[in-house]
Design a binder for this molecule. Structure first.
Ligand SMILES: [Ca+2]
Ligand SMILES: [Ca+2]
Length: 651
């Protein structure tokens, strides 16, 4: 890498000492731009292979690029809490995106960031800074949560947010539930105008406060999907990519770049470029909804060399682009490829630069790194994302990560709380997380596992630091409630046309903890297609002889059966013709059963009441391995191909 120290003048190094920063009368302005769902390689200067982002790139040309910057969560709300507070979001019980009250409660989450949480804005405000937040908030308020503190209660003089926050806000959907929540003035615009509106507000704020130090956060909603560019602006990308999602994403990214340029121009035109630190980064990796993968498609947004995307603790979910510009103070055109930094470090770093004390935070002051002096990170960085707090998963099964991760130096360990699915990577040699070194370096893995346990205990999270670490097991993707869920794959092989081939001994099994929750008045539906090679065998089953349901072939008929408190009901098709068939098995909330074969109803049974409790064993595809639900012996395994399997159930 470039040796940035060469560019530093002696006075600057002296100025880096906190005491000197504190004495400085010329406290810099801080403009913090936090993009929504921008991948590591989305900016041109981070390797975008298609779209040019000249204005974002300008920040890098005139400032420093860090290629080892992480956010502390692969999803909005907790990532935002980390950069707002300087603390791990788990401390404030924000583990995933903030949803409705019920949605938050079901995941053990608070409804909003506690007013007790420390914030950069409050500290800088107390030190005389003018403070403002414009753009997406998502740290409380929205859906049915109407009692979240307003952004102004966290230290901002002014704010304007989107639907996931209170106070003055800009909405794009006239039916959004935010309308009913009160607490602020609501204005509307088209989705593609929103970033421009927030940028207008930031520019206006900067102009009004040009004579005093200011701290302004510009948090655009773009480039979060759905990507809704200005009408027709996506058409120029038609010849470049056939992917309609990508065409629209490219247009949105290009429009965002223009707005970033307006902020830069404002700072420069006002003569503030040498008195203003501009920091640019993103809150998590690029989108990965299952829908993008349909029909061989792929999601928009680039992660460069990294594996994984949004909702993943693999690098692509948390390793984001980072640029800082402060003309005359940060050396221009430098890339630091070694120094680690993460979202929790921004608060102590901003405070140090402003000469404000920021004790007791999880993050550390990395102002020297921003100013061009690379250094080793003094401790480990930790992540938690996933069950039981988070439901959203990447659409590509391979990107679904264990729920904990730690990076210490050049090493990263990912593992579940029970030690399963463990992977150890040497990130300097293997940034793409391809080579699992768990068996080659068991001692290092155990040390990192112990570190996670210590951190998890402090954050109130369950993690067994002494559980045996085991490597990933083969998994197969199955669609459950629109999410791709990984079933343990016991010998099933892929078949053409989104199918799985079962050989009469193989099966897919889902962990009991992840299996559908069907207790109470809830429905469940299993649809798909099959081509059987024998007259008998279970297509799908969950449960045993007390409680459960099963869809199986018996003597050449398709049977849908259930047990509720041991009482058995079933519906059955006429004898099947050879070849492929589609099925649709629906268990009603009252326990009634409907079975359709090739689009026609072939059986219906009256309800026997809801399941009083959840089935005792896991969900299996292609077999009922133990404790048979149906009128058969277990194990009872299917032979043939099952295709396009979709399971949905009432949450
Ligand atoms: Ca986000
Ligand atoms: Ca069973």
């Amino acid at each position: 890498m470039t040796k940035p120290c060469l560019f530093l003048s002696a006075w600057l190094i002296a100025a880096l000492a906190p005491a000197n920063l504190a004495r400085s009368k010329d406290r810099p302005n801080i403009v913090f731009i936090f993009i929504d769902d921008m991948g590591f390689a989305d900016p041109g200067c981070f390797g975008n292979p298609v779209v040019k982002t000249p204005r974002i790139d300008q920040l890098a040309t005139e400032g420093i690029k860090l290629t080892n910057f992480y956010v502390n969560s692969p999803i909005c709300s907790p990532s935002r809490v980390a950069v707002t507070t300087g603390q791990y979001p788990a401390r404030w019980k924000i583990y995933s995106y903030l949803n409705s009250r019920a949605g938050n409660a079901s995941r053990g989450m608070n409804n909003y960031l506690s007013i007790e949480a420390p914030t950069t804005a409050r500290k800088l405000h107390a030190a005389g800074y003018a403070t403002a937040h414009f753009g997406k908030w998502h740290m409380g308020g929205g859906r049915d949560v109407d009692d979240a503190p307003l952004p102004t209660e966290y230290g901002f003089d002014e704010s304007r947010v989107a639907f996931e926050g209170l106070g003055d806000r800009i909405l794009t959907n006239p039916k959004n539930s935010s309308l009913k929540l009160g607490h602020g003035k609501i204005t509307f615009c088209q989705r593609w105008e929103k970033t421009e509106r927030y940028t207008d507000l930031a520019i206006n704020f900067i102009k009004r406060n040009r004579g005093r130090p200011f701290y302004v956060r510009l948090f655009p909603n773009d480039v979060h999907d759905p990507h809704v560019p200005k009408p027709d602006s996506w058409k120029k990308w038609e010849g470049i990519t056939d992917n309609p999602y990508e065409q629209r994403f490219f247009a949105v990214l290009e429009a965002l770049d223009v707005q970033i340029g307006r902020v830069i121009d404002t700072i420069d035109d006002l003569g503030l470029s040498e008195r203003t630190l501009i920091v640019f980064t993103s809150d998590n990796g690029p989108t990965d909804w299952p829908k993008y993968y349909r029909n061989g498609g792929y999601p928009p947004g680039f992660t460069g060399p990294f594996f994984g995307r949004k909702w993943s603790l693999f690098e692509g979910g948390i390793h984001v682009p980072f640029i800082a510009r402060w003309k005359g103070t940060i050396p221009a055109g430098v890339t630091d490829n070694s120094s680690l930094m993460s979202g929790i470090d921004l608060s102590p770093t901003f405070c140090a630069i402003a000469g404000v004390a920021a004790p007791g935070l999880d993050g550390v002051d990395r102002s020297s790194v921003l100013l061009g002096i690379p250094s080793e990170y003094p401790k480990a960085v930790f992540w938690q994302y996933g069950a039981p707090h988070a439901v959203l998963k990447p659409g590509k099964l391979e990107y679904q990560s264990p729920s904990f991760a730690v990076r210490h130096g050049e090493w990263k360990l990912l593992a579940n709380p029970d030690g399963s699915d463990a992977r150890l990577f040497h990130l300097t040699e293997d940034p793409g997380e391809k080579i699992n070194l768990l068996s080659a370096h068991p001692e290092r893995a155990r040390q990192l596992q112990a570190k996670i346990e210590g951190w998890a205990a402090g954050a109130g999270l369950a993690f067994d630091g002494r559980a045996p670490l085991s490597p990933p097991r083969p998994r197969a993707p199955v669609s459950i409630n629109g999410q791709i869920v990984g079933f343990t794959n016991q010998g099933v092989t892929p078949a053409p046309g989104n199918g799985w081939k079962f050989d009469g001994k193989s099966s897919l099994a889902l962990d009991r903890s992840l299996s559908p929750d069907v207790a109470g008045k809830k429905w469940i539906r299993i649809v798909g297609a099959f081509e059987a090679e024998s007259d008998n065998g279970v297509l799908a089953a969950q449960g045993g002889n007390r409680t459960g349901y099963t869809l199986y072939l018996q003597k050449g008929k398709l049977v849908f059966a259930q047990r509720a408190e041991g009482r058995r009901t079933e519906v059955s098709s006429p004898p099947l013709s050879p070849g492929a068939h589609t099925f649709d098995a629906f268990r009603h909330p009252d326990g009634g059963l409907t079975l359709k074969l090739d689009g026609r109803e072939v059986g219906r049974a009256k309800g026997t009441g809801p399941f009083p409790s959840n089935p005792g064993d896991s969900m299996e595809i292609g077999a009922d391995l133990i404790q048979p639900v149906g009128d058969y012996q277990s194990p009872n395994s299917f032979r043939g191909v099952i295709r396009d399997l979709k399971i949905t159930y009432q949450k």
